[in-house]
Design a protein around this ligand. Structure first.
Ligand code: PLP
Length: 391
């Protein structure tokens, strides 16, 4: 066996995603980029706000800027800026020692799960869910357990209550959600907090809530409630990948609620996990985002695309919930087998991701982090695929 046995399945899953990516490149070469409608990737194409480049230029031209190591959890001034921002938003009284700068939201998830979860313990997450969670659970040696959502992709509190076991260590939520675009309400989050408190008492073991929020700023006419206000034993984590379109720069953070049980220990352990895996988050971009708290890409661009996509798809006969956040649509597949339907779409040069991959069979995911022309140009193909599916 040339590679570790435990890696075989993980590599297989990763190569499926890579195959799709390569298929997109192959199709663009064959048919021309304008004739391929690739909605498969959540890679933001909206440019970062101009102030990002200005800040970068200032830092590069600052002769005193240090490219060396800093304290492993991040530059103190940057962690202070993040704590100040979160305190302004939530009034929760965060101190910088409870903030760890990370390599994107993925890094923050890895750090937090490493800090909290013993091998064999369960991470509970509502399905459909972001596929990366399988990998982060694998790295933590934990079991990712999914629980169904309501038909409109909100929290099914009864199902969650039933799914929590003495092995549950973490409830992991993501709102605004990838792949569904749902934004959880204050009422459902309050209900969730009550269940976590009650189950923690019942099992004599603290269950922590991890709120994965990289799409917090990409919302349309709704507010994303702060879980910090609702349940004390919470770790909020995020990145600047989507809100500043900096996905390739790999910068984010995690923040532990000051009143969480063992808050200091958790932040400390997450910092050590971060050090073990990546040493520290990128220095230059820590300082960029430290100076740009509260700055966001132009959400109007995503809103326009969302509205255009929803209109065109519903004209073509597709059914879906209008996303309240993020930049994904998660329509119902017109036939039960979403993999087969995604193949029908491919015959129209449309690339989508089957819902099965997200634990949401019978659906497919479309990312609208693509130019308007791609959305507009795809509608005829969507119509034809629907007609074929109905035959
Ligand atoms: N969590 C969710 C829900 C995501 O959609 C993504 C990326 O698409 C991540 C985490 C990872 O984000 P990052 O690229 O900042 O590590």
């Amino acid at each position: 066996m040339p590679i570790a046995e435990k890696m075989v399945k993980v590599v297989e899953a990763a190569s499926m995603i890579r195959k799709m990516f390569e298929e997109g490149i192959r199709m663009r070469e064959k048919y021309g980029a304008d004739n391929v409608f690739d909605f498969s990737l959540g890679n933001p194409d909206v440019p970062p706000p101009a102030v990002v480049k200005d800040t970068l230029n200032d830092l590069i031209n600052d002769k005193t800027f240090s490219h060396g190591y800093m304290p492993n959890p991040g530059f103190p001034n940057v962690r202070q800026a993040v704590a100040d921002y979160l305190n302004k938003e939530t009034g929760v009284g965060l101190t910088p020692d409870l903030v760890v700068m990370s390599v994107g939201a993925a890094g923050a998830l890895n750090d937090t799960l490493k800090a909290l979860v013993n091998p064999g313990e369960e991470i509970l997450t509502p399905a459909p869910y972001f596929v990366g969670y399988n990998q982060y659970a694998f790295i933590a040696g934990a079991v990712l357990k999914t629980v169904s959502s309501t038909p409109d992709f909100h929290l099914d509190l009864n199902a969650i209550e039933e799914a929590i076991t003495p092995k549950t260590r973490v409830m992991l939520i993501n709102s605004p959600n990838n792949p569904t675009g749902a934004v959880y309400t204050r009422e459902e989050l309050t209900g969730l907090g009550e269940i976590l408190e009650q189950k923690s008492r019942e099992f004599g073991k603290r269950i922590y809530l991890i709120s994965d929020e990289p799409y917090r700023k990409i919302v349309y006419d709704v507010d994303v409630p702060w879980v910090f206000d609702i349940y004390d034993h919470t770790i909020v984590l995020t990145s600047y990948s989507k809100e500043l379109s900096l996905a390739g720069e790999r910068i984010g953070y995690l923040a532990v609620h000051p009143r969480a049980e063992d808050a200091g220990l958790i932040a400390g352990a997450a910092g050590v996990a971060n050090t073990m895996m990546v040493v520290n988050a990128p220095a230059l971009f820590q300082q960029v985002v430290g100076r740009l708290q509260g700055v966001t890409v132009d959400i109007g661009i995503y809103r326009k695309r969302r509205d255009m996509f929803c209109q065109g798809l519903s004209k073509a006969g597709y059914e879906f919930d209008i996303p309240q956040g993020a930049f994904y649509l998660f329509p119902k597949s017109p036939i039960q087998d979403d993999l087969e339907f995604v193949n029908l779409l491919k015959q129209e040069n449309i690339l989508a991701v089957p819902g099965t991959g997200f634990g949401g069979p019978g659906h497919f995911r479309l990312s609208y982090a693509v130019p308007e022309a791609a959305i507009q140009g795809s509608f005829e193909g969507f119509k034809r695929a629907m007609e074929k599916a109905k035959k």
